[in-house]
Write a protein that binds this ligand. Structure first.
Ligand SMILES: Nc1ncnc2c1ncn2[C@@H]1O[C@H](COP(=O)(O)OP(=O)(O)O)[C@@H](O)[C@H]1O
Ligand SMILES: CC(C)(COP(=O)(O)O)[C@@H](O)C(=O)NCCC(=O)O
Length: 378
């Protein structure tokens, strides 16, 4: 069977070392696209139509990511999976609509020529913020309709999937932690406002992490941070006020008073510190800072739900725990941090959703009914 649906993929890219290309594509139920190929991990989510009217939508969404610096791996993958159109009938190829591929982020501009030259396809650019919001709403609403296990909270080492009532979804604060951090108040479909942001984001963590620890990748950095103890680097309240902390102000002895503060008192050089401790401290600093700014932009607890997207969290427990603790601490329990399983694919999914304009609107009316992670995208 011809896999016309293979065209339905979206590319979200952005500039810079260490950032990622996210690829989302759709395959029909009867497609022979395999989940894992060429060493690339692909996660699948099954989609099943609820009516006979759009049988073409029976199938799966596939999620894959590539390092921006290895764009060729992405191109080879597209070629190997025949996502660029060579699998389609002449009639489909002659239909220009089929040769249009949705793309968002900086890479949609940067790689437009490359895609045209290599595959003869046009990257149809979608606005990044529109796409992020549409992707988040898509996941949250599908979750509301039918899919278990998309949105969850993470507290005290426990992941709890959350049942959100459709009538109670908006407004929420979407915090996208990518290279930088954008904070968006979402009031409905297509209704949102960028309320704040911070340049201290995932790129900061990775950039400073590379300088401080000589690590070569995000994963290596995370690995180091797992083994570290930030108390050797950070100044805690107890280092200033003693073991009782500053109880009058509600600051416990173990609260970080000053990230990296201990270093300012040590007469030491970088080589004297453990890379693991530096990594842990940096991770806490960035995560705490994002949590605190998010809390302030959630109207000091007025927006009950703060949803974190972007590849920074990547399901990493310690990052999620730190963010959750921060939101809990600052909001005195009024607001909750929530995470999404496909947090890094919001823009790509939102751009995918924009195929609606080309007559695939019915997709959104259908429910995700099964999740079969053949391989984790993390
Ligand atoms: N495998 C990875 N390679 C590089 N960065 C990663 C990786 N996994 C997670 N990250 C983190 O995700 C951030 C990029 O997040 P992302 O949502 O892809 O943002 P952007 O849209 O800016 O590319 C990086 O700055 C880094 O902190
Ligand atoms: C410019 C961006 C929207 C780009 O998104 P990203 O690639 O970081 O995911 C984001 O980095 C951002 O909002 N930065 C913070 C800018 C600020 O408000 O200080």
């Amino acid at each position: 069977m011809i896999q016309a649906a293979a065209f339905h993929f979206v590319l979200l890219t952005s500039e810079g070392k260490g950032t990622l290309i996210k690829l989302v594509y759709f395959s029909r139920k009867d497609s022979s696209l395999e989940s894992v190929g060429n060493g690339v991990q692909v996660e699948e989510v099954g989609l099943v139509t609820s009516s006979k009217k759009y049988p073409i939508l029976d199938g799966k969404l596939h999620f894959a990511k590539f390092q921006t610096s290895k764009i060729n791996e992405c191109l080879d993958f597209i070629e190997s999976k025949l996502l660029h159109g060579s699998c389609c009938s002449h009639q489909e190829i002659s239909d220009k609509k089929q040769l249009l591929i949705k793309a968002t982020g900086g890479g949609a501009y940067k790689y437009a020529d490359l895609f045209r030259e290599k595959f003869g396809i046009r990257l149809d650019k979608e606005d990044e913020m529109d796409s992020l919001v549409a992707g988040a709403n898509f996941l949250l609403k599908l979750r509301i309709c039918a899919v278990p296990r998309e949105a969850f909270t993470y507290m005290e080492g426990q992941k709890d999937f959350v049942q959100i009532d459709a009538s109670d979804l908006f407004p929420y604060l979407l915090v996208s932690i990518g290279s930088g951090v954008s904070m968006i108040k979402v009031d409905g479909d297509g209704k949102f406002e960028l309320v704040s942001g911070t340049s201290l984001g995932g790129g900061t963590l990775l950039g400073m992490g590379m300088l401080l620890t000589n690590c070569q990748s995000f994963d290596e950095f995370l690995e180091l941070s797992h083994k570290g103890d930030n108390r050797n680097i950070d100044m805690l309240v107890r280092d200033i006020y003693g073991v009782t902390g500053y109880s009058k102000l509600g600051l416990s002895a173990t609260t970080i008073a000053s990230s990296f503060g201990k270093v300012s008192f040590d007469n030491k050089e970088l080589k004297d510190y453990k890379k693991e401790d530096l990594a842990r401290s940096l991770l806490r600093m960035i995560s705490n800072n994002v949590a605190q700014i998010a809390y302030m932009n959630a109207g000091h607890g007025q927006l009950k739900r703060i949803i974190f997207g972007g590849f920074f969290t990547r399901g990493h427990e310690y990052i999620m725990e730190t963010i959750s603790d921060g939101v809990q601490y600052w909001s005195k329990g009024k607001a909750k941090a929530m995470f999404l399983r496909h947090e890094g694919f919001l823009g790509a999914l939102g751009a995918f959703k924009s195929y609606e304009k080309h007559g695939l609107g019915s997709l959104m009316g259908h429910h995700l009914t099964e999740q079969s992670p053949v391989a984790s995208p993390r």
